[in-house]
Design a protein. Structure first.
Length: 441
């Protein structure tokens, strides 16, 4: 044996076994994981159908980049191709993996697992990975590709251009992955799949609650042309009609201040900008400077967005004092004669503000635009303070808290309540006024 061979052997023997920090009991003490290239775990890596997609309504359904953009297969975002050729080889099978190899750097390597037969064909701009099923578990390989280390490696090795990046099949195949024997692969895949199922179940519950909330809002706020809600809490049954008031009668206004030059990695305040509000606080920046500190109960609103943007007039309710500082192009609304949370619900993406978006140029709401917003609000018939809002949100109506209880408007309201308690029942209400100041939607 040559000295070169001896040296290589020594290095291989000296390499420590790869063992995860958390391991199922039946695999503790067994052989460590082996590191290898991704291509050795796959039967094929292939491109999709190179056919022009049709603008019609018939044809074979094929994948696009957008098909997997949300992390799952979205059949509402597929393309169509019409061909007389045999394309059966491109039909996706359960266990295939679709991977985005042409995308922004952040999304390079995003992938989905084909968990059922979608009747879908492999289209352009996504790679199809078919796992060698005799030696590896397809779902485990999918999870391995989605680990932070592998995703970072793909981003690092991608060819980067101005607005997008790409990684070819050869480079993808060289990606290093660590693999146990197939029984342990299957055990891990089963465990993570069960967690995914739990997440999906929770997501369905959240969707059902959102639908329920929309239904409640449809009943608790007056409809267009009406001045009383269909459903009222018992203590407000005789409180009278709601009235239209301008926002400047109910709250004070202040524009946010620029914090861009004072951003810190870990700061005293969370900087509220449009990205923070549009992601509901998921994306955040910090600053030690509080140029416009928000108080508990304030409502923060996005004032500027691109044409047809989804952020304009989106609001954020402040739940704590001295935690948030308001950036420019965001306004701080401080309730003076209104309940802050009530204002949040009726201001958030209010149709009055959306009407300022002409779909052509950037929308910029001015102070007078915001303060001039007409709002249909509950007022007290026995008030001693002018324009004091009735806080019609202290508790659920008796007939919603207790199904056996009866409200004064029992028959109609119970029918309405049943209608909006069904997820997917077509309820889609947001409490809004138009720019003419009409109560309701």
């Amino acid at each position: 044996m040559s000295s070169k061979t001896k040296t290589t052997t020594t290095k291989e023997e000296a390499r420590p076994a790869l063992v995860p920090k958390l391991r199922f009991p039946e695999f503790r003490g067994t052989a460590g994981w082996q590191s290898g290239q991704l291509k050795d775990s796959l039967a094929t890596i292939s491109n999709g159908l190179a056919l022009e997609q049709s603008s019609g309504t018939s044809g074979y359904r094929v994948t696009r980049i957008e098909t997997i953009s949300a992390g799952n297969i979205d059949l509402a975002k597929v393309g169509l191709v019409q061909t007389s050729e045999d394309i059966s080889a491109y039909k996706l099978r359960v266990g295939d993996i679709l991977l985005s190899n042409i995308n922004s750097v952040a999304h390079i390597g995003k992938s989905v697992f084909v968990d059922r037969d979608y009747g879908l064909y492999h289209g352009m701009n996504l790679l199809r990975l078919e796992v060698n099923r005799s030696q590896h578990d397809p779902k485990f390989i999918f999870y391995a590709i989605n680990t932070d280390g592998v995703r970072a490696s793909l981003r690092e090795r991608a060819n980067k251009a101005v607005n997008q990046a790409s990684i070819n099949q050869t480079e993808l195949g060289k990606t290093e992955v660590s693999l146990p024997l197939i029984p342990e692969q299957q055990k891990i895949a089963e465990c993570l799949s069960s967690v995914d199922e739990l997440i999906a179940a929770q997501a369905r519950k959240v969707d059902a609650l959102k639908t329920h909330k929309k239904g409640l809002m449809q009943q608790l706020f007056p409809r267009e042309g009406e001045t009383q809600p269909r459903l009222r809490f018992p203590e407000f049954q005789n409180a009278g009609e709601w009235e239209v008031q301008r926002l400047d009668e109910l709250a004070n206004y202040e524009n946010g201040k620029a914090h861009e030059n004072d951003i810190a990695e870990y700061g005293r305040y969370i900087v509220v900008n449009s990205k923070f509000i549009s992601t509901e606080g998921a994306v955040r920046k910090f600053s030690n400077q509080g140029f416009c500190v928000a108080d508990e109960g304030n409502v923060l609103m996005v004032l500027s967005d691109v044409p047809n943007g989804r952020a304009i007039a989106k609001c954020y309710f402040v739940g704590s004092d001295n935690l948030y500082t308001v950036n420019q192009r965001i306004c701080r609304i401080q309730p003076t004669k209104a309940n802050g949370k009530f204002l949040f619900y009726i201001l958030d993406r209010n149709a009055y503000f959306l009407d300022f978006d002409d779909g052509i140029k950037q929308t910029n709401l001015r102070k007078e635009d915001v303060l001039g917003c007409p709002l249909c609000v509950a007022t007290s018939t026995s008030r001693t303070t002018p324009h004091r809002l009735v806080p019609e949100q202290p508790r659920r109506p008796d007939h919603l808290r207790n199904p056996k209880a009866r409200s004064p408007q029992d028959s109609q309201e119970r029918t309405d309540a049943a209608a909006f308690s069904i997820p997917g029942g077509g309820v889609n209400y947001e409490p809004r006024l138009n720019r003419q100041g009409t109560c309701g939607r």
